[in-house]
Design a protein around this ligand. Structure first.
Ligand SMILES: Nc1ncnc2c1ncn2[C@@H]1O[C@H](COP(=O)(O)OP(=O)(O)OP(=O)(O)O)[C@@H](O)[C@H]1O
Ligand SMILES: O=P(O)(O)OC[C@H]1O[C@H](OP(=O)(O)OP(=O)(O)O)[C@H](O)[C@@H]1O
Length: 219
């Protein structure tokens, strides 16, 4: 942890553009992600600021271990990973929903009938917790992407995944059965940084909170 520098972990992928928009709206330095797409570290020493670009699923680890003081990450990943970080601000962008989806021919199935079936997901903890709360026992198959393929290929009966437009479900003949939770991007903060760098971080967090409250969400 660099004492005089604030390090921000930014997720590459879907959330990078709205994250950079947020930084620009705050008047913080930004960079052109397209031109510099292989660079992973951006330093602005005059402003005492640096950005690291990581996989979205790695943002909480960088923040938890203090390599970054702050990070931007989806609530979906926060809930799945349960890392020891402060969740400070709902940033409003990156809206999506966790759902249970089944093949269209199973659209009238009741939740109880899902018991003892196989569920494919990138989010085993979210799925396990949901079915546990429902009092249902299921077999969880952890995959890393293209989850909609699993029921098509017969390795699972259903999926727990993120839905945004619903297009991926529809194109793979799946239908939403039940919503588990909604998700948006969040500002997370390292617990020790928050104490040690309070004089720097709290004003920044306050500005982000104010901006998010008073601006149109730029997706
Ligand atoms: N279809 C979607 N529409 C809108 N937001 C989404 C969608 N899918 C995911 N998200 C949100 O954007 C975040 C980043 O998603 P993205 O697809 O860029 O990375 P990823 O492939 O899930 O992460 P990783 O590369 O670390 O596995 C997710 O954690 C979620 O909060
Ligand atoms: O409702 P939609 O707008 O169609 O979006 C949903 C899709 O987006 C995410 O996948 P992503 O594109 O991140 O690819 P992945 O399956 O490799 O994670 C999610 O896992 C769904 O597959």
């Amino acid at each position: 942890m660099l004492a005089d520098t604030v390090t921000f972990a930014l997720p590459k992928g879907r959330l990078i553009e709205p994250s950079l928009n947020l930084l620009a709206d705050l008047g913080l330095p930004t960079f052109d992600i397209k031109e510099d797409s292989r660079s992973l570290l951006f330093e602005f020493s005059e402003q005492g600021l640096r950005y690291i670009i990581c996989r979205p699923t790695d943002v909480p680890a960088y923040v938890e271990h203090g390599a970054a003081d702050l990070g931007i990450v989806g609530k979906d990943i926060i809930v799945e990973q349960g890392k020891d970080v402060f969740e400070m601000v709902d940033l409003g962008f990156g809206y999506c929903r966790f759902v249970v989806a089944v093949p269209a021919q199973m659209k009238d199935i009741s939740l109880e009938e899902l018991s003892y079936r196989r569920v494919a997901t990138k989010f085993p903890n979210v799925a396990a917790e949901f079915f546990r709360q429902q009092g249902l026992q299921v077999d969880i198959i952890k995959l890393h992407g293209n989850i909609e393929l699993a029921p098509l290929m017969g390795i699972s009966d259903m999926i727990v995944d993120i839905v945004s437009t619903g297009r991926t479900l529809a194109e793979n003949n799946l239908v939403e059965l039940v919503q588990i939770m909604e998700s948006t991007a969040r500002l997370i903060v390292n617990r020790i940084s928050y104490r040690v760098k309070y004089h720097k971080l709290q004003p920044l967090i306050d500005r982000i909170r104010y901006l998010v409250k008073n601006r149109e969400v730029r997706q």
